[in-house]
Design a protein. Structure first.
Length: 658
């Protein structure tokens, strides 16, 4: 081969190119698919289009609408935002600015919080930078060189000390990357003059003009590196998309999501609240919310009982030695509340139920004839979530897990996992969720246990997914260091993706606790242990369902299923008799005896999203009938009472989605 020629693999085909060819130049030989690639994957690594290829490289295009492309677009837009901020606020010091789901953020140390007018000015300046088409250029730097260039950036200097990312979070690793430090310069496209620079691993778009659509969304506070011991920085959130149309679609989704926000609906429908006197991330359920929660739990209990689960109950606190044995004090201490000193011992509020379930298994000798043993609990746990991530019911500090731990023999593992996954999806369908995806997370580079056990567990999890028919992806190396798992994701009514159920084959806890069972041949064997949380937590699932239904729960879950609305006071006794008959069938019914006029009572019931309204006047009383009104506004007049009762009872019993 001539020294000035390179053999590369371009999108799966062999090519010969000139030495010095960049990824962008090589990809330009591919047939056009629209606007063209904005970056490349070279031997699996994301690279700028300006990256110079080496002999033997395999190159694939990265389109702007792909997951990789969106991350690059959003990270590049974060840089443009930071440049605009420092041009408008020269005293601003830079934190980090990673891409996140649907957008990006950047943290700044500034003398005062950003206000709405500041965001307008920053966005206007960003648009000027985008129109200029400034060039993103990568530049490797030595440690000392980076420190010299960043002498006025204290937070960036701290990140330089995290080179390699060994101590850095995922977001910080976007800045410091691997073993080599790199700077990204923003250059004037005409003169090549430096306009701005930032410590970053990249890659980035070729130019700022390649940013099609963006918007700044909001500001907030964020502690540096997520620790309340560190300074609080000002965070600006934004979003960026491959087209204005895609961005408008996303903004409309946000508008709909805001209407469905479970915190807003929780207050409007009198379901739950978060009293400041109790503390952040700790909810109280009001009577109506309690009715919905009880209905959720009661149905789940009944289904678990039918599936052969055994119910257990465990305390809220425990001595520290239990979590020392389980490893939680070693692996999870930052997420635990501080201990309480009592009678010479440390007691912790439990962050997990599993160690206590293990003690139930270990309380006596077990035979293979008892397995699989399926233990189930609605167990309340407490986790010290940072204040910045607490979000209503969906990210709380105290919550109740629908927690199950299954102990089985190695031979039972495959069939048990398949059965569990089928049970999980079936139960979620009963609550009105219909779109599912899954993810199989496999052994990471750093793991504990035997490879043979990992292989068996991963094969069993994959078998469960294959027989389920669920679409799934394999997240290679994304399992916990102690166990592989399946995560089940659902899509709600407006297409948002929520991670709900988890099935995890634990390869460590049975060893740490020395669990055994007597096999058929009389030998002592170690069981497999499966962690299974179906809802994740009752609170979070409640919040997700509230947003999925926009508060209009199906009749079987609605806190009030029927409201009787009299046309006049004289018709109240008639509706009270109808209500009494409905209550005999377990229907939750109220009769509105207030002073409001009938039309206002109807509007009130509709605002409260009551599934059914039964109206009665003189003609209805005379005919033994009601006017049957649905919350959609549809109404049927002259419906015989028996027919009305039958329709309501059947809809509730059949979990009809009205």
């Amino acid at each position: 081969m001539l020294a000035d020629k390179l053999h590369i693999t371009l999108a799966g085909s062999e090519h010969v190119v000139e030495a010095g060819t960049t990824a962008g130049q090589a990809l330009a030989a591919l047939p056009s698919t629209g606007r063209g690639p904005i970056a490349a994957r070279v031997d699996g690594e994301l690279r700028d289009l300006a990256y110079q290829l080496a002999d033997g490289d395999a190159v694939r295009p990265v389109e702007i609408g792909s997951p990789d492309g969106l991350a690059i677009l959003r990270h590049s837009t974060a840089h443009v935002m930071a440049q605009a901020v420092q041009e408008l606020f020269p005293e601003a010091k830079l934190g980090i600015g990673p891409p996140i789901e649907n957008g990006f953020f950047y943290d700044f140390d500034v003398p005062r919080p950003f206000g709405p007018e500041d965001l307008k000015s920053i966005e206007q300046r960003m648009r000027q930078i985008v129109r200029q088409g400034q060039l993103f250029r990568r530049r490797p730097v030595a440690d000392e060189e980076a420190r010299a260039e960043l002498a006025d950036e204290p937070y960036k200097l701290e990140l330089v000390g995290l080179k390699g990312g060994a101590q850095a979070s995922d977001e910080e690793s976007v800045e410091v990357g691997g073993a080599e430090l790199t700077m990204y310069d923003n250059l004037d496209p005409g003169t090549g003059e430096l306009r701005w620079k930032d410590l970053c691993r990249g890659p980035h778009l070729p130019t700022t003009r390649d940013i099609p659509a963006f918007r700044l969304m909001r500001t907030g506070g964020a502690y540096w590196r997520g620790s309340e011991k560190n300074p609080q920085l000002q965070r600006i959130y934004g979003t960026a998309w491959p087209s204005r149309e895609a961005q408008e679609e996303y903004l409309k989704l946000l508008e709909e999501a805001e209407k469905r926000d479970h915190r807003k609906l929780g207050a409007e429908l009198d379901l739950f609240s978060f009293p400041t006197e109790i503390g952040s991330g700790l909810a109280v359920f009001h009577p109506k919310g309690g009715v919905v929660r009880k209905a959720l739990e009661d149905y789940s209990r009944a289904r678990h009982e039918q599936a052969g689960y055994e119910f257990v109950y465990t305390p809220h606190i425990t001595k520290s030695n239990l979590f020392e044995t389980s490893g939680h004090l070693q692996w999870y201490a930052e997420g635990m509340y501080p201990p309480m000193e009592m009678e010479g011992a440390k007691y912790y509020p439990k962050p997990m139920n599993c160690p206590m379930h293990i003690l139930i298994y270990a309380s006596r000798g077990r035979s293979y004839r008892e397995l699989p043993l399926r233990l189930f609990e609605f167990g309340t746990v407490y986790r010290y979530e940072k204040s910045g991530v607490v979000h209503g019911l969906t990210r709380a500090r105290g919550f109740t897990q629908d927690d199950s731990h299954i102990f089985c023999t190695p031979d039972q593992l495959q069939d048990e996992l398949a059965s569990l996954l089928d049970f999980v999806v079936g139960l979620l369908r009963d609550y009105g969720l219909t779109e599912f995806e899954a993810e199989l997370s496999t052994r990471p580079d750093k793991f504990v246990g035997e490879i043979a056990d990992w292989a068996k567990a991963e094969a069993a999890l994959k078998h469960a997914l294959d027989v389920s028919g669920l679409p799934y992806e394999v997240a290679d190396g994304e399992g916990a260091f102690y166990a592989p798992k399946i995560d089940v994701h659902v899509k709600d009514a407006i297409g948002r993706r929520w991670q709900l159920s988890t099935l995890q084959v634990d390869l460590q806890e049975p060893v740490r606790f020395g669990l055994e069972y007597q096999a058929a041949d009389g030998t002592r064997q170690r069981p497999y242990m499966i962690h299974r949380a179906l809802f994740g937590s009752i609170e979070r699932f409640f919040g997700i369902l509230t947003e999925h239904y926009a508060g209009a729960f199906p009749p079987w879950l609605a806190p009030v299923q029927v409201v009787g609305i009299p046309i006049a006071d004289a018709h109240v006794p008639y509706l009270e008799r109808v209500a009494a008959r409905l209550r005999e069938h377990g229907i939750r019914v109220e009769v509105d005896t207030g002073d409001d006029r009938m039309q206002k009572k109807i509007r009130t019931a509709q605002r409260q999203k009551v599934p059914y309204m039964l109206l009665a006047g003189d003609d209805d009383v005379a005919a033994g009938a009601v006017s049957f009104r649905y919350r959609s506004g549809e109404q049927k007049n002259g419906v015989p009472i028996e027919n009305a009762i039958t329709e309501i009872v059947d809809a509730v019993a059949g979990r009809v989605q009205v």
